[in-house]
Design a protein. Sequence first.
Length: 364
Amino acid sequence: MNRRNLFGTALALIAAIGLVGCKDDKAASEQAAAKPAEIIHWKMVTSWPKNFPGLGTSAERLAERINAMSAGRLTVKVYAAGELVPALEVFDAVSRGTAEMGHGTPYYWKGKVPAAQFFSSVPFGLSTLEMNAWLSHGGGQALWDETYAPFGVKPLSAGNTTMQMGGWFNKEINSLDDIKGLKIRMPGLGGEVWSRLGAITVNLPGGEIFTSLQTGAIDATDWVGPYNDLAFGLHKAAKYYYYPGWQEPQSVLELLINQKAFDALPADLQAIVSEAARAATQDMMDDYVYHNALALDELKQSGTLLKRFPDEVLQAMQRESEQVLSELAAQSELNGRIWASMQTFQALATSMQALSEKELYDWR
């Protein structure tokens, strides 16, 4: 065989090997494409009545968003309060793995995790935008993660009701004396403040509020704001609607995730869950700012009596709030770090807002 024929044979052999390799690669690629993606099914338990405007519907939209963003690879079935677990047992259900996700608000778990209250709402504390900024850029998320880590739970902000109202009352509050013996549904740190001023506080899930108020089992209640309060018909069970909502200048809705379940997800699905929760926060804020304005107008037209807490009462509330928060901060080293971080940022944010939003609202 001459050199030219030998060279040609070698080229033909190389081409044949290449074709075989291409066919193998193509076959492997086609096989991978044909293999269906693994579908992961999760359960989300919530603290809200089924399809309740704002709170319940935001959990449903979050689940739908995760399903869409993952192209169906991660599906989340939502359970309303009581369907799988009671409203106030959502945290425990996620912690023990009964459900991979939960949707509620941090102060509901204060009996198990006292520091959780910092991440829900602090009386006379951060506004909605300030709370979001502290969590995402001010170190708040890392502190929140540290707080829930012993329970095997990862928290994410998944909504915010924006600034709330002071509550619905069947007795007028004209002085501090009117608080003594008042039976009020008020969870969280705000409830502790009411207690110290002589009220009798209870923690009821949303589904029990209307009946308790209507039957006189309680004299007053907070809930959220005009949007949700109108949907619950609270104006039909109470005479007076008080403001401002000093006890909840905002209120974080959280997505609770079982840490082991989250760690088992591929990286892209972890990112999808995190970004879906972030989008849910913005979506809920928009929802509440818009519908609160419409609902307040409707309540006014229906004859609701709006009343402002007297300065004497607000001053006492602020004084007691500072004491309650100081005591909570002193309970542990972690609590102290959380409160110090919040206070530092609030001081900076207050200076900024005094020159911007406060001035604007004073002129509007």
